[in-house]
Ligand binder design. Structure first.
Ligand code: PLP
Length: 416
């Protein structure tokens, strides 16, 4: 008789976005003709830029000719893309990453979910709270947590690092023994906060001193506007011996539907292991991820990797920067308007998310209901991202400018 992986039963279900969808559907049914403005989604809305479209067309044509057709690509991804990343994402920032340390993938979600596979099942895990749910859920699925406590909104056996206004949304080191795996995300989803150079350097030092690994999610790196915020963890000294970095083309260049990302595993990330015969050896995490990647993944499509390469061309850089600037104009507008309306407002400066404190002692869901019922505006309740997200609310800057302005006008008119 087969058994199922009962760790899946610990997951409370994808409650957040399905509940939002149900509530919005009920509202639109009851208020025919009223236009709902959606500020909740984390998906981009602008089409791919011309440089990317041109590269896609060219690559598609290549696939139709015998001389230029490509089948399975290199396991790590094509060098033409990895070399561009080395030059623009790392060298340009003073970070030392070699081309063969980059593994091209179909996005940061799968990598951030799969990376835990190369670590032992009894590894201890720390996540920020609130947090992008993938880090936590995939470790629960693998069996690194105890049961979910619905009243507290937390899993037993997981270390939560609270990120609230009181600590400027920057996690402090946990009390007691250092966790083995530490997930950090800067700029952060959902809080929009960033880890400044000094703060991130402290985490790198902590990880090196304690033998921990940092899994650093840089998916929103392109949205950084301030100078003292690292775009890659490898800007910090010593990160090559303790950090794996996850990158994405989704928010940087609008590839959410095209799918492209990368994971960086430096060769200096090594672990001493004892073999059954009593000998010891140093194993590179790079070798493990390479094995996993080569076994379970057959590469991002050639045409998509060419599109990724085009992001680094002069036109590609200019055009994607314009898209990012468009979204950041929305973020800035929201930040300023909500502040003027009396809200405590965070994020929005180096990230496409604005994170607000709910008025009075309203819960995140009460605020959600109020906005939907009275302003026909949809956002995301902070409590859906973890218990310390309660009494906060996330607005996304990925809509149109016109919708952003109208949504803010509707919220201002509420006089909450
Ligand atoms: N990491 C974070 C923090 C995200 O918010 C998201 C998407 O919203 C992802 C990763 C997923 O990125 P990708 O589209 O590359 O899978």
């Amino acid at each position: 008789m087969y058994q199922i992986n009962e760790n899946y039963l610990k997951l409370p279900g994808s409650y957040l976005f399905s509940t939002i969808a149900k509530k919005v559907a009920a509202f639109t049914d009851a208020h025919q003709g009223e236009r709902v403005i959606r500020m909740g989604i984390g998906d981009v809305t602008k089409p791919l830029c011309p440089a990317v479209i041109q590269a896609l067309h060219k690559a598609v044509d290549e696939m139709g000719e015998a001389e230029t057709f490509r089948g399975y690509g290199p396991e790590n991804g094509y060098a033409f893309l990895r070399d561009k990343m080395v030059e623009f994402d790392y060298k340009a920032r003073g970070a030392e990453i070699r081309s063969d340390e980059i593994f091209i993938s179909d996005g940061a979600k799968s990598d951030s979910g799969n990376i835990q596979e190369i670590f032992s099942l009894d590894s201890t895990v720390a996540v920020c709270d609130p947090v992008y749910p993938v880090y936590l859920d995939t470790n629960v699925m693998a069996g690194r947590s105890g049961d979910y406590d619905a009243a507290k909104g937390i899993y037993a056996g997981i270390t939560y690092l609270p990120c609230t206004a009181e600590n400027d949304f920057t996690p402090a080191f946990p009390a007691g023994k250092a966790p083995d795996l530490i997930y950090l995300c800067s700029p952060n989803n959902p809080t929009g906060a960033v880890m400044r150079k000094e703060a991130l350097q402290r985490w790198v030092d902590y990880a090196n001193e304690n033998g921990s690994v940092i899994l650093f999610d840089a998916a929103y790196e392109a949205y950084i506007t301030e100078a003292d915020v690292p775009h890659t963890i490898y800007e910090c000294e010593g990160a090559r011996t303790c950090a794996i970095e996850l990158r994405s083309f989704s928010k940087k260049a609008g590839f959410t539907g095209l799918r492209l990302g990368a994971t960086v595993v430096p060769h200096d990330l090594r672990k001493k292991v004892k073999r059954a015969d009593g000998t010891t050896e140093e194993v590179e995490l790079h070798a493990l991820w390479s094995r996993r990647h080569g076994t379970k993944f057959n590469g991002a499509p050639y045409i998509v990797q060419r599109a990724g390469e085009a992001v680094y061309s002069a036109e590609g850089q200019r055009e994607t920067a314009e898209q990012v600037a468009y979204y950041m104009r929305n973020a800035h507008y929201m930040y300023e308007t909500l502040k003027k309306a009396g809200f405590s407002v965070y994020g929005g400066v180096n990230a496409p998310y604005v994170w607000v404190k709910t008025p009075g002692d309203m819960t995140s869901w009460e605020f959600f209901d109020t906005l939907l019922e009275k302003a026909a505006v949809v956002g995301t309740p902070g409590s859906g991202f973890g218990p310390h997200g309660e009494h906060y609310f996330r607005f996304s800057a990925f809509g149109t400018y016109e919708d952003t302005v109208e949504a803010m006008a509707r919220i201002q008119a509420l006089q909450l």
